[in-house]
Design a binder for this molecule. Structure first.
Ligand code: IPM
Ligand code: MG
Length: 385
């Protein structure tokens, strides 16, 4: 499946005795496999050029897993994900599975993985690369230098709340129900992640809710404030309603440092924030669980973009979000900041040279293919090494 002769097999075989970190690659559907191909090359380069060896395994998730096994996240895949030090996921879903029962949809596979790995904190940085400030739909001065981080609660709220379902009321009437629900503990643990991250950045946190109409939002606001008062007196905390936040994100996005919010608002606001940067094809994300006594936490890294079925298989996809997701894994799961910085720098340099895939190319530029972008990043990494 690789255009570069690097099948998954060559990477999986590592001496059984070594304690290499375990990486599970789940390329998924649509453009997932294409962007994962380029990331696999980056992983292999780290082994060859910098002696960083992973035990890499691969499996199916999403629609492709449903096609092969009748389930979008088969138990064997969940077991592998639980055993891995980090999971890299491409994308799931597509029109092919639109008619599939809800419980077996590709998206459900992703939700299952998040839930079963306990990945309650989803980090979505929105960073505007200087070379791309003209690719944003907003004016360059509104987005230039933008660097914000959305922390989205990922395994609670209306995505998972009970009751949920469609009820037949008879007489042609039906009733659809989802439930927004949060407990103190669910709010506290994601708030702490956000406060900690704000402490490593500009020291400012905005908590987003709809406390004006939802009691669950009122609880959210009160509990985040409590954690702030008790544990993080040095972080500047403020609160904002979600609708206002959506507006502020497109009006003056640089006012934010870290935003913490619930599952649904986080889903919406992170798409909006992503687009500020010029392209969804650029943005990585990390989903983290709680640390155990040994300091180990489950973690899944994936691009914010979806499976883009309209361009799947055409070699047009931008592999940068996937590669930067792996860079986040190097930082958060593997403590390899130097390698992470090198790859980040390579991506910056490639963009500064004017190299672009179709999603970020301007009118006059000839877009690079997915693999050609991979080539450019790899040769820049080589030059920086
Ligand atoms: C995201 C996606 C997912 C979500 C879908 C694919 C289930 O939109 O990661 O933002 O809604 O969480
Ligand atoms: Mg989304």
């Amino acid at each position: 499946m690789s255009q570069h002769g690097l099948g998954p097999r060559q990477l999986t075989v590592k001496k059984a005795m070594t304690k290499n970190p375990k990486l599970l690659l789940l390329a998924g559907d649509g453009i997932g496999p294409e962007v994962m191909n380029e990331t696999r090359r980056v992983i292999q380069w780290l082994s060859a050029a910098r002696g960083l060896d992973f035990d890499v395994d691969e499996d199916l998730v999403g629609g492709c897993a449903f096609d092969a096994h009748g389930h979008p996240a088969p138990p064997a895949v969940i077991a592998k994900a639980l055993a891995a030090d980090a999971v890299l996921l491409g994308a799931v879903g597509g029109p092919k599975w639109a008619g599939v029962d809800y419980a077996r949809r590709p998206e459900q596979g992703l939700l299952d993985l998040r839930k079963k790995l306990g990945l309650f904190a989803n980090l979505r940085p929105a960073l505007c690369f200087d070379a791309l400030k003209d690719a944003s739909s907003l004016k360059p001065d509104v987005v230039s230098g933008l660097d914000i981080l959305i922390v989205r609660e990922l395994i609670g709220g209306i995505y998972f709340g009970e009751p949920a379902g469609i009820e037949d009321l008879g007489g042609g009437q039906r009733r659809g129900v989802n439930t927004q629900v949060y407990t103190t503990e669910e709010i506290h643990r994601v708030a702490r992640v956000a406060f900690d991250l704000a402490g490593k950045r500009d020291g400012r946190l905005t908590s987003v809710d709809k406390a004006n109409v939802m009691v669950s939002g009122l609880l959210w606001r009160e509990e985040v404030q409590k954690i702030g008062n008790k544990e993080y007196p040095d972080i500047q905390l403020d609160h904002m309603y979600a609708d206002n936040c959506a507006m502020q994100l497109v009006r003056a996005p640089k006012q934010f440092d870290v935003i913490v919010t619930d599952n649904l608002f986080g889903d919406l606001l992170s798409d909006a924030a992503a687009m500020l940067t010029g392209s969804l094809g650029m943005l990585p994300s990390a989903s983290l669980g709680a640390r155990d006594e040994s300091g180990r936490a489950h973690a899944l890294y994936e691009p914010v973009h979806g499976s883009a079925p309209d361009i799947a298989g055409t070699g047009k996809a931008n592999p940068i979000a996937m590669i930067l997701s792996f860079v986040m894994a190097l930082r958060y799961s593997f403590d390899r900041a130097v390698d992470a910085d090198l790859i980040d720098k390579a991506v910056h340099n490639v963009l500064a040279q004017g190299l672009r895939t179709g999603d970020i190319a301007g009118g006059g530029e000839t877009p690079l293919s997915t693999a050609a972008m991979g080539d450019a990043i790899l040769s820049e990494m080589e030059a920086l090494n």
